[in-house]
Design a protein around this ligand. Sequence first.
Ligand code: FMN
Length: 381
Amino acid sequence: MAFPTDETDRLLSTTRSVRRRLDLERDVPEDLILDCIDLAEQAPTGGNQTSRRWLVIRDPKTKGRLADIYREAGGDWIIDNAQRVAGTGHRSERTLDSAAHLARHLQDVPAIVLVTIYGEHDSSGRPGLFDSVIQSAWSFCLALRSRGLGSAWTTLHLGAADRVADLLGLPEGVTQIVLLPVAWTIGDDFRPAPRRPAREITWFDQWGYTTQRPISGPVTLADGPGVTVEVDVKASPADVWPYISDIELPARFSEEFQGAEWISETPGLGATFVGRNHRDDMGDWEVTCHIVGYEENRVFAWNSVDPENPAAQWRFELIDLAGSTRLRFEMVLGPGPSGLTAVIDSMPDREAMIIANRQKGQTENMRLTVDGIRDLVEGRT
Ligand SMILES: Cc1cc2nc3c(=O)[nH]c(=O)nc-3n(C[C@H](O)[C@H](O)[C@H](O)COP(=O)(O)O)c2cc1C
C-alpha cells in the first residue's frame, strides 16, 4: 500500500534546521532517541555491514565541554558574524542569527547525538562503507521530526575532531560525521525552504541537457530543449557582472558567435542589440536580441528574434556563494521559428537528432564562454 504522500511530502519538505525553536526545558526520553536510531539504521549501508555508531551525550558536564569545543572550532566566529550582520538585511542574516543561537546554547540542549562510522575515507573516490552514514543520519532527523522533535545538521566541531574524540573516548579509525542537537520543537509549523526547481538542476541523458516540459518519446522543439553550463568563479557577483553584461565578450570565446552591437542607447530591460554569428555549414547570419532579464549583479537574459516567440532564449545568472560566484549560462531552443526550425522542417523525421546536435554545439561554445569569463575575472589569462 502506498503512503499518504501529502503527509510524507510534508515530512520531507519541512524537516528544517531547528535551532531557535529547540525546547531547552523539556527532557527527551532515551527510548524515543533509540527508536529514531532503529529507524535510521534501516538506511542502506555498504556491504550490508552495521558500522555506524551513535553517541548520545546527555551528561551536563560533557555537553558543556563539547559546546566549548564547538564554539572554539567555529561557533564563536558564527556568533561574531551574526552580530556584524544583525540588522543589515544581509542574505545570511537569519541563518547566522539562528546558528549563533545554537552555538551559545548547545550545552543546554537535552541531548546531543554524534553520528560516527567505523572507517576512514581512503580518498580513492570510490564509494564504500565510509559513505554509508549520511543517509542514515538524515533518516534519524526525519524520524525525530515525525515525533515532534527537531535537530540541526552541524559540522563545525569537525574543525576540532581530535579534541571531540579525546573528550568522548573515540578510538582510532572512527570518523565523526555530524553532530545533531536533539530537543522537542516549539511548535511544528515548519515550512518548505526556497530551493531551485528540479527542472533547473536536473539534466536528461547528457550533462547540462534540459527540457522545459515533460517529454514522452524523442525530444521535439515543442518540449523546450536547452542546455545549461556552470562554472565557479573566485570573485564576487559584482566582479563578474561587467563581463556577463558585455554583449561583445562571448565572441572572444565562442566559435559561433562573432560579435554584437547595441541598437538601444542604454542597456536594460527591453533594450535590443544585434548579434552576428557564423558556422561553416550555415554561413553568416544576424539576429536581433531583446533583453528580457536585467538585474545588476544577478541576471542578464535575452531572447532572439521575437521576444514573445523567441528563436532562442539565453540567460546568464550569477549565484552568490559567499566568497565566490557560480556563473550559470542557460540556453533554450525555440519555440519560435529560426534557422533550426527550417532544418527540422526539411527533415522532420530527424528532429531529435538535429536538436541533439544543436545542444552539443551550444554546450561546447557556452562552456568555452563561461570558462573564458572565469579566466578573465580570475586573471588567469
Ligand atoms: C554539511 C552541512 C554542515 C552544516 N554545518 C552547520 C553547523 O556547523 N552549524 C549550524 O548551525 N548549521 C549547520 N548546517 C545547517 C545549515 O546552516 C542549514 O542547512 C541552513 O541553515 C538552512 O536551513 P534548513 O536546513 O532549514 O534549510 C550545516 C548544514 C550542512 C548540510
